[in-house]
Design a protein around this ligand. Structure first.
Ligand SMILES: CCCCCCCCCCCCCCCCC/C=C/C(=O)SCCNC(=O)CCNC(=O)[C@H](O)C(C)(C)COP(=O)(O)OP(=O)(O)OC[C@H]1O[C@@H](n2cnc3c(N)ncnc32)[C@H](O)[C@@H]1OP(=O)(O)O
Ligand SMILES: Cc1cc2nc3c(=O)[nH]c(=O)nc-3n(C[C@H](O)[C@H](O)[C@H](O)COP(=O)(O)OP(=O)(O)OC[C@H]3O[C@@H](n4cnc5c(N)ncnc54)[C@H](O)[C@@H]3O)c2cc1C
Length: 674
């Protein structure tokens, strides 16, 4: 329904036939996926701005050295900041620009965690002092929490901040090798300041982990301050990927900072060294992590949809087998196995877009509540952000890798864009909380909620279904044919019943055990699965809610319904053992779900290319010869190969030293260099 001319490309469109077959209004879907007309316009404008600026080119990223990559990322960050200031970009526009530049750098941590933590944990006076500087980038901050010895166990951190009343200062110290700060992004080379998480000691008493601002580099010449040891931790996984970030190490040797550098909104130390807590929950000290986790959830769909766009377009272009009697060979997208691996990922990218919108709403809602001193839904928000961060990043990372395999051999080339996308994304499964640790947090929340239900408290929000636990643990599924699975309330009840039953089984086990902590540990694999089931239910329920709403644009609602059903049924068939083991479903009902899922593949097939077009990724952003909008895959793979530095000379460097002696059988001769 949409002409390729709109993209300014007239010469060729190998995917024109696919696009012509779409059964919905692609432009309306684009607006829906962008989050609205305004968001769509901002995205389009900023995507083009970045794509047309040579400083933001990214073709060579997988080929250049780490040093060059890092220096380039500094150049890009500086250039982006110049544009932000010159054009007076809004926060929304700046955030879009960061996304389209598509290269992690120190500003992510500065804006995302350093400033967020200051806003959440610094007093007004402290904010006045530090934020003014930070907003101008007159200081660059990082978030220095993780250490060589501890990351997940925040309460186990070893760095100390000991108060000295004689000088009204804290003394920061790294007492052991394992207390070395290790991993903070932006710390290695760029930051001038660090938000350091350290054990607060005053009057010989350890009050646990608190946050302190420490200057680590000179504002004149960027040289580390005395008694501060700081550097980069080294090359990370993959070419390009997260290597544009200077994840750092940091040690303090009795470094003195003013008492006022402790962030004092949640707790303070007086001049006399007295420790005083505010009446706010100490977990607010974890606020920056909650903020980033919700941002990571909102971003998951962007990454997954990029991989899916590449794999869908390429699968429509690529042909293998058949082709007898003058017929073209079969497009690989028409193979059922290809659809079975690819279309659920397409549906998942839509599902995560919708849950990402909801997550933003949830975060705005909790922020407003916290501002009004209402802390009641903090545990639920923590469970949601942690759990959804965990499942969306795991599925997205695995999904990118699956898309690479779906592109066969060419997917393994950096020219496909997929290896780099995976390398850049996969650390999201670890940073901001290891995904298993985060699911265990959800599991604790579920057990607590069930205990509260047993004592008569009504659960709220995403846990509300647990208030219906008696019904959900006794009811039988009524599906008797494939089509029954298309009823949203049937799907919803299946996911609620599975989740409630898994949580209840764990809760009973833990409650009956003499030592509940030991039982929790023994049962942790099952608890992780119960938590996953709960999080999948959240996504399914948000997708169903959205698919039931009316939306502008011919066919848009119908496509969302198809994708919603496909998403839910793909989860159901993949995790059928849960549904069977909890006794909610029979084997026959699972078979009906599988049949229905297959029928849905046929509904997706004619719309697949248009459904990925609706994500509206520019060719610059995709950075993929396989995922090009025009489908001109082979020309660009071929041209790209000739740009490789190995092809700069016809006869390779090293020929005379190392190849010729082999070929001329002179390996052992007097002139051999080997
Ligand atoms: C162009 C220029 C434009 C610029 C724009 C830029 C914009 C930038 C946007 C964003 C960019 C995004 C980039 C992403 C970069 C990521 C980099 C990575 C950073 C990091 O990794 S930082 C370090 C993260 N570390 C962790 O996540 C550690 C994981 N561990 C923990 O979170 C916790 O310690 C724990 C959850 C495992 C808890 O363990 P423990 O039980 O020992 O803990 P406590 O005793 O402290 O607490 C227990 C009780 O507290 C509740 N709890 C825990 N966490 C929270 C929370 N976050 N909120 C609320 N409540 C929480 C528990 O549930 C317990 O409660 P209970 O009732 O007592 O059971
Ligand atoms: C690219 C990247 C960027 C980062 N940026 C920052 C940053 O800016 N600032 C910062 O402070 N940190 C940063 N980090 C650190 C990151 O937050 C931690 O690596 C993360 O929280 C995981 O902690 P860990 O490394 O201690 O893992 P570990 O806890 O040591 O995990 C190792 C394994 O043990 C398992 N495990 C651990 N404890 C338990 C348990 N109780 N029960 C069951 N299994 C368990 C985990 O599931 C995992 O499989 C970054 C990390 C990466 C990779």
């Amino acid at each position: 329904m949409e002409g390729i001319e709109e993209r300014g490309v007239k010469e060729v469109d190998y995917l024109a036939e696919e696009r012509a077959g779409a059964q919905f209004h692609v432009h309306s879907m684009k607006i829906f996926l962008a989050g609205g007309q305004h968001e769509y316009e901002v995205s389009t404008r900023i995507a083009n701005l970045v794509a047309n600026d040579p400083v933001f080119a990214k073709e060579d990223r997988a080929r250049i050295s780490r040093k060059e990559l890092y220096k380039n990322s500094l150049k890009k960050a500086g250039h982006a900041w110049k544009i932000i200031l010159e054009k007076g970009l809004t926060e929304e526009e700046s955030m879009r620009m960061r996304a389209f530049i598509d290269e992690p750098n120190y500003t992510d941590l500065h804006w995302g965690m350093f400033i967020t933590a200051l806003k959440g944990q610094a007093t007004e006076e402290q904010q006045h002092k530090w934020l003014r500087q930070a907003y101008k980038l007159a200081i660059i901050g990082c978030y220095a929490q993780t250490e060589l010895g501890h990351g997940s166990n925040v309460q186990g951190l070893e760095t100390t901040a000991t108060f000295d009343p004689s000088t009204d200062e804290f003394v920061l110290n790294s007492p052991t090798l394992t207390s070395t700060k290790w991993w903070p992004g932006g710390l290695g080379k760029a930051s001038t300041h660090a938000l350091v998480y350290a054990r607060l000691i005053t009057d010989s008493q350890d009050y646990g982990v608190h946050a302190f601002i420490a200057q680590i580099r000179s504002l004149d010449d960027h040289i580390p301050l005395p008694n501060v040891t700081v550097g980069d931790i080294g090359v990370k996984f993959g070419n390009g990927g997260y290597n544009s970030m200077d994840n750092g190490l940091l040690r303090f040797d009795h470094v003195r900072i003013p008492r006022e550098n402790m962030l004092m909104k949640l707790a303070r130390v007086t001049e006399q060294g007295k420790y005083e807590r505010s009446n706010k929950p100490r977990q607010l000290g974890y606020g920056a992590m909650v903020y980033i986790r919700q941002g990571i959830v909102a971003e998951a769909s962007v990454y997954l949809s990029r991989a899916v766009t590449i794999a869908v377009r390429y699968s429509a272009v690529r042909r293998q087998f058949g082709g007898k009697d003058d017929k073209a060979e079969v497009q690989v997208i028409d193979y059922r196995t290809q659809q079975h691996r690819l279309f659920p990922l397409l549906a998942t990218a839509y599902a995560y877009r919708i849950v990402g919108f909801w997550m933003k709403w949830l975060y705005a809602d909790v922020t407003e509540r916290l501002n009004n001193n209402d802390f009641s839904n903090l545990p639920e928000v923590h469970a949601c952000t942690a759990g959804l961060k965990s499942i969306t990043t795991s599925v997205t990372a695995d999904g990118i890798e699956q898309c690479r395999k779906l592109c066969g051999g060419h997917g393994y080339l950096c020219a496909s864009g997929l290896p780099e996308l995976y390398a850049a994304y996969v650390p999201a499964c670890t940073y901001e909380g290891d995904n298993t640790i985060l699911l265990l947090q959800v599991a604790r929340f579920l057990l607590k909620t069930l205990t509260q239900v047993a004592s008569g408290t009504k659960p709220v929000g995403t846990a509300a279904y647990l208030g219906n636990v008696q019904h959900l643990t006794s009811v039988n599924c009524e599906v008797s044919q494939g089509k029954d699975w298309l009823n949203p309330s049937v799907l919803l009840e299946a996911f609620e019943a599975r989740s409630a039953r898994m949580a209840v089984a764990c809760a009973m086990h833990v409650a009956e055990a003499p030592d509940s902590e030991l039982a929790f540990e023994e049962l942790s694999p099952e608890l992780v699965e119960a938590a996953r089931a709960h999080c999948q239910l959240i996504v399914v329920s948000k997708f169903i809610e959205q698919a039931q709403k009316d939306l502008p644009g011919e066919g848009v609602k119908q496509q969302l319904e198809v994708l919603c059903n496909l998403y839910a049924l793909s989860l159901l068939t993949t995790h059928s053992s849960d549904f069977l083991a909890t006794g909610y479903l029979t084997g026959t009902q699972v078979s009906h779900a599988k049949d229905q899922q297959k029928a849905l593949f046929s509904c997706v097939r004619p719309n697949a290319v248009a459904l990925v077009d609706a994500f509206d990724h520019t060719d610059h952003y995709l950075g993929s010869a396989l995922g090009r909008y025009d489908g001109d895959v082979y020309t660009h793979l071929y041209k790209g190969a000739w740009k490789d530095p190995l092809n700069e000379s016809v006869v390779t460097e090293g020929y005379h030293e190392y190849l010729r002696p082999v070929l001329t059988q002179q390996l052992w001769g007097p002139t051999s260099k080997l």
